[in-house]
Design a protein around this ligand. Sequence first.
Ligand SMILES: Cc1ncc(COP(=O)(O)O)c(C=O)c1O
Length: 455
Amino acid sequence: MAVLRRHACETLHETQTVSRTSQQFEQHRQYLAGGVSASTRVNRAIGRGMLFDRAAGPYVWDLDGRRYIDLCTSHGATLLGHGDERVARAVTDVIARGAACSYENELHGELARRLCETVPCCQRVRFTGSGTEATLHCIRLARAFTGRTKLLKFEGNFHGYHDQVMFSINTPREQLGDETNPTVWPASTGMLPELAVQLVVVPYNRPDLVQRAFERHGRELAAAICEPIYYNAGCIRPTAEFMSTLRRATRDHGALLIFDEVLSAFRMGPGGAQEHLAITPDLCTLGKAVGGGYPLSVFGGRADIMERLMPIGDCQHSGTYNGHPVAVAAGIAANAAYREPGFYEHINRVGERLYGGLNAAFARHGVPGRAVGLGARFGIYFGIDGEVRNYRDALKHDRALMLRFIAAAIDEGVYFHDYGGAACHHGFCAAMTEADVDDALARLDTAIARLAAAL
Ligand SMILES: Cc1ncc(COP(=O)(O)O)c(C=O)c1O
């Protein structure tokens, strides 16, 4: 790769070399808004989107042929690894059969059965294309079923890009408001301000404030939606008291409990976070890993609620590409792999080695970083000593230091993504071996040593 220059990029930390990859990004900017197909694909640690030419297992190669160990894993979609052979075979087979989309075939029934067998709350499911669509339809269904309109969401929890839920995500510190009454902060322009009044926002892991919100608004709430493992702020586990309060309060007030498992599903077990926590919601969404790297999402739950959907009931959910046979075939192959004996033992072994090794490297070099993970996904908090229980705690994270760490890691051949929020989630895939972890740790040790020398 031709090394032309190193340069600083605004307040960001571009240490990448100018290369075919960055030149191509510049060309993209002439036609693609911002040079990317999705806003969050710009990685602020390098000041641009990353372009990969090919991928295999736990590796991605950029346009210059440089290999990286991928600790983003398609933002969580490729839990099996890139180009998994079982998924590729299923996809090739269905394409050979014509992949007739917008019709039903036997694959839909098979994937639905598998999901209902493995995800505790799912008695019926429906397929959609993205996590955003899944939460949109799930919330509509909750409103249809209860005849109520308000939604309780947790401060910082992310549920996709539609207008019903893009509030109180990445709220700037000065806009947070009091924790007993957080500001319903719009995370984008262009959204209807009237939608804000439909939301009740509560800080995560505060059972006292959940109780209080239900006392005030319980009779108006159609549902409470949450990330059952709050990975969008790194990796925050709910306390048992928080979860049991939420489950009890929703039941007592006739509101539905929705677990948004777009990111958490399959990460630590085949039944997702709901199985791990032993809390069964009324409805849930599944995304990313559910499609084995292909665009598939799911919402599902109690049969009596799901049968409120047309054509049995009166709540609409449809779409030309819903349950595209390529994605459904990939989903079946992925689901079979997640259920293979030893799958999660391997995930846990790799996770322990990676998270433990990272923490040892931070300690060795005196860099205030801390990796916290559950299953195949994790966060790294910089500059926070205490426990991170919610978004307000995560905001204490030293984002500038994280960007420097990510830039140094990319320089050393380990890819981490930055999503622009307080703390980010990262992850590894099942194709990652313990030898790959050791390779990643050796590279990250160098990156952290460089960071320490510059502090
Ligand atoms: C918890 C959660 N819900 C919903 C979404 C939106 O999913 P998608 O990007 O597939 O629309 C995401 C995406 O990261 C997510 O993490």
